[in-house]
Design a protein around this ligand. Sequence first.
Ligand SMILES: *[C@@H]1O[C@H](CO)[C@@H](O)[C@H](O)[C@H]1NC(C)=O
Ligand SMILES: *[C@@H]1O[C@H](CO)[C@@H](O)[C@H](O)[C@H]1NC(C)=O
Ligand SMILES: *[C@@H]1O[C@H](CO)[C@@H](O)[C@H](O)[C@H]1NC(C)=O
Length: 133
Amino acid sequence: MTRWCYYRWQMVVVAFMFMVFLTTPVTSQPQTNILITACSQANHTNLQNFYANLNSTFQDVRTQLSNNNTYFATAEQTRNSEAVYVMGQCRNYMSTMDCVACFDFADRVIRVCAGANGGRVVLDGCFLSFLSC
Ligand SMILES: *[C@@H]1O[C@H](CO)[C@@H](O)[C@H](O)[C@H]1NC(C)=O
Ligand SMILES: *[C@@H]1O[C@H](CO)[C@@H](O)[C@H](O)[C@H]1NC(C)=O
Ligand SMILES: *[C@@H]1O[C@H](CO)[C@@H](O)[C@H](O)[C@H]1NC(C)=O
């Protein structure tokens, strides 16, 4: 189950990389225009584990994006039944500060997917997605 989930996650990452390299950057301000918000249909059974994992993986991705010249980061938390995989990316013309600000905004937006086992938010300046199973 977790293994299947992991492979599915790898496919999402690869598909996403294709998408990013095929799209041209959007330069309009602000960089927090919401282009896409999507949540999956299924719900979680153990919300407390899920949120704990989601929060720690988001924090992990945020820390990675806070480093200069890091525009792409993934993190996973598989310590309990509610494994969570997270991917975050900023467009590479963003400054580190703007990137983290965009990530924080995406983090707040993606909470509308509360309890769903997957979601993604695409903003002008950054992208955030999670998958859980
Ligand atoms: C998931 O939870 C939401 C809100 O509680 C509910 O509206 C929805 O029907 C649930 N979906 C499934 C597949 O159980
Ligand atoms: C996760 O983060 C959200 C938003 O920052 C917070 O409301 C929630 O209490 C946190 N949950 C856990 C289990 O840490
Ligand atoms: C990132 O770059 C800025 C400006 O070049 C510099 O002031 C800062 O110390 C760097 N931070 C890290 C963590 O390397």
